[in-house]
Design a binder for this molecule. Structure first.
Ligand code: NAG
Ligand code: CU
Length: 190
């Protein structure tokens, strides 16, 4: 009973720890033809629970989420999503890279293109044997999306993208299991 309460409280605290909101191109620009978005994005570490806010004149621009190919070729012809309110919030929500361009002809080529790489919002779990002092982040393990194994949102439920038999996987699985156990134990002890 007490354990359940602790878990619920921890989960609530975790989910209300909301991420940052980044105005694209701020503070010196916006979603416009002047800003260098490579340079802008390079100064920020984007996390899973962050969001982007594109602010612009809806008469002049839009925001098209595209594939990497669309980004590289400045083609909005196969959009993943199109936004045109003039103040579009986009939750990052998953690991890896996402690409946004302006769909107005010529604007992407002129520089209205943004690549965002999203990293884990959860720091690495404490190594087994460290004292879980309760200040750590409970409730999940997150491995960078750039290489498999990829996304893990539930402790103990692990999915692997790598080929079976690759020696790293078993070790990683054991480490993750151990870390999850330690976190669970630290929750019980609290
Ligand atoms: C934007 O900035 C990046 C690095 O910050 C630089 O490599 C690139 O040439 C710049 N692009 C333009 C169009 O100035
Ligand atoms: Cu534009």
């Amino acid at each position: 009973m007490a354990l359940l309460a602790v878990v619920v409280v921890a989960a609530a605290a975790f989910s209300t720890a909301s991420g940052a909101s980044y105005g694209v191109g701020k503070p010196n620009g916006g979603w416009d033809l002047q800003t260098n978005y490579t340079s802008w994005a390079s100064s920020i570490t984007f996390r899973l629970d962050d969001k982007l806010v594109f602010k612009y004149s809806a008469a002049a621009h839009d925001v098209v989420e595209v594939t990497k190919d669309g980004y590289l070729s400045c083609s909005a012809s196969s959009p993943i999503a199109v936004h045109r309110t003039g103040e579009d919030a986009v939750e990052l929500g998953r690991l890896g890279r996402r690409y946004f361009i302006c769909g107005v002809p010529g604007h992407c080529d002129a520089g209205m293109k943004l690549e965002v790489r999203t990293l884990c919002s959860i720091p690495s779990p404490p190594p087994p044997g460290s004292d879980g002092d309760g200040n750590g982040t409970p409730g999940g393990i997150c491995i960078d999306g750039s290489s498999p194994p990829t996304i893990i949102s539930t402790p103990g439920v692990v999915s692997y993208g790598s080929a079976p038999g690759s020696s790293g996987s078993a070790t990683t699985a054991l480490a993750i299991l151990a870390a999850a156990t330690v976190m669970l134990l630290s929750l019980i002890i609290v």
